[in-house]
Design a protein around this ligand. Structure first.
Ligand code: FES
Length: 159
């Protein structure tokens, strides 16, 4: 099987049963990112737990107005970061977050960077939603232009 065929098959498999798709009520942190390259957006919610005296990621979920690759990468990435400390998760770049899918075609690298950006946004110190505030606006509200403007990422070549 050629590399593009193998990639397509892995994307199809991930899309058949996407993991951690959807908004998370009671999340400890939320991050939204928009891509200046394709105009797509991705939001990630994170819940923490204490384990061995450390704060680790209990689980993460996502929503996106993104392509199939973004959905597939977010699906595998949210599985990969579970159980990691925020510091460990922040060390993972888009290539590591998408590793279970194999090497991404160059035109799809920014889709994985969208996932990395949303994770970084969620784990930023100021990302935790205040307890007294309602849950962050939905991705649709962000897209329609609420005050909660998403951050944007810029495509940079991987090293
Ligand atoms: S083309 Fe926009 S996220 Fe993939």
């Amino acid at each position: 099987m050629s590399e593009p065929e193998e990639f397509s098959q892995k994307i199809e498999e991930a899309l058949r049963n996407p993991r951690n798709l959807g908004e998370m009520e009671g999340a400890d942190a939320v991050g939204t990112i928009g891509s200046v390259d394709c105009g797509d957006m991705l939001r990630m919610w994170v819940k923490f737990r204490e384990e061995g005296g450390k704060r680790v990621i209990d689980r993460a979920t996502f929503q996106t107005f993104g392509c199939e690759t973004a959905i597939a990468v977010a699906s595998v990435a949210t599985e990969l970061i579970a159980g990691k400390t925020p510091e460990e998760a922040l060390k993972m770049d888009s290539r590591e977050l998408s590793a279970p899918l194999g090497p991404l075609p160059p035109v799809k690298i920014h889709c994985a960077q969208l996932v990395e950006g949303a994770l970084r946004s969620a784990l930023a110190p100021d990302s935790a939603p205040a307890k007294s505030e309602p849950l962050a606006p939905t991705l649709l509200e962000s897209f329609q232009g609420s005050d909660a403007k998403p951050k944007q990422i810029r495509l940079e070549p991987q090293k």
